[in-house]
Ligand binder design. Structure first.
Ligand SMILES: [Zn+2]
Length: 109
């Protein structure tokens, strides 16, 4: 199933990468507001070089050089498909595609 990008945009607007990552990684606040640091969940490391940029809604690792948005983070860390990720985010933020579609169709009429 392919989701319209308008739905994905609205879902992402409700998604918080910090909220997702903190379930997997112990995050510490760093000096800059909206930024968090922890050990990279993708590669073994001893010094934290994994940064969550809550203000920009992505996570970046200076150790392995990767960068993830919320969807890619869920796919790669939890081994989910794109569709499973969208469904999981929809459940988590109570923003279901069926309801969105129903409302959007109503708007058009
Ligand atoms: Zn890394």
């Amino acid at each position: 199933m392919t989701y319209p990008s308008a739905y994905i945009q609205e879902l992402l607007a409700r998604t918080d990468i910090y909220d997702l990552v903190r379930e997997d990684v112990r995050l510490k606040k760093i000096k800059r507001p909206g930024r968090w640091k922890g050990l990279c969940p993708f590669y073994a490391e001893r010094k934290p070089s994994f940064i969550v940029l809550q203000d920009r809604q992505f996570a970046r690792c200076h150790g392995c050089g990767h960068c993830w948005g919320p969807i890619r983070y869920m796919i790669e860390l939890h081994g989910l498909t794109y569709e499973e990720t969208i469904q999981q985010l929809a459940r988590r933020y109570r923003f279901y595609y069926k309801e969105w579609k129903r409302k959007n169709n109503r708007r058009k009429e």
